[in-house]
Design a protein around this ligand. Structure first.
Ligand code: HEC
Length: 173
């Protein structure tokens, strides 16, 4: 019964959101936070869709300190401006996103499967600033970054030292 009521309420919420969008009521500026309904619909879809698409993908890159170190270096080049380094501060432009990029030093993604991290980096996340890297970076590099992100909380000491040494992405520091 509870699920039935919940179903009706979510359908109504989705319809209201759709009406707001089609009438142009919803704001489209990046300086306004999306509504809770908008956020809820988008995240529910995102989690299910990514899990479905990432299914069956397996990391072909062997887990070695060397590959993890390459992952740290590539992360610094391609991801740190938005996701920060160990101080958890993004670059100036990334502070203007209406959908904030998670700061991996603070909100890590160690609980996500490696193939999910790979998929998100390769394909990006629609309607957010998260870009698709599959046409500009080889799969192998994306797997090395995913391997590093998955283990950020338990890196071998040499890799951890390299990560801690990365300069801040923030202009204020
Ligand atoms: C231009 C900014 C930008 C760059 C560069 C960027 N990201 Fe993102 N990324 C984002 C934003 C914003 C989100 C949050 C999207 C959302 O909330 O759905 C995100 C989300 C993610 C997520 C999902 C996090 C979670 O909590 O589930 C992963 C994984 C990710 N990015 C990996 C990467 C990797 C790996 C790179 C580099 C190869 C990268 N990103 C580069 C902006 C960026």
């Amino acid at each position: 019964m509870l699920n039935f009521v919940k179903g009706i309420l979510s359908t109504l919420a989705a319809l209201l959101a759709l009406i707001a969008v089609s009438l142009g009521i919803a704001s489209v500026g990046a300086d306004v936070k999306p509504s809770r309904i908008e956020h809820w619909i988008a995240t529910a879809e995102l989690n299910t869709a990514v899990a479905r698409h990432a299914k069956g993908l397996q990391n072909p890159v062997p887990l070695t300190d060397e590959n993890l170190l390459v992952g740290v270096r590539l992360y610094h080049q391609h991801c740190a401006s938005c996701h920060g380094t160990s101080d958890g501060q993004p670059a100036g432009f990334a502070q203007g996103f209406y959908i904030k990029a998670p700061q991996f030093a603070i909100n890590g993604v160690e609980n996500d499967p490696e193939n999910v991290l790979f998929w998100e980096a390769a394909h990006g996340i629609r309607f957010t600033p998260m870009p698709a890297f599959k046409n500009t970076m080889p799969d192998e590099d994306l797997w090395k970054i995913s391997m590093f992100l998955k283990r950020m909380d338990k890196l071998p000491s040499a890799v951890d030292a390299a990560w801690e040494k990365l300069p801040s992405a923030s202009p204020a520091i």
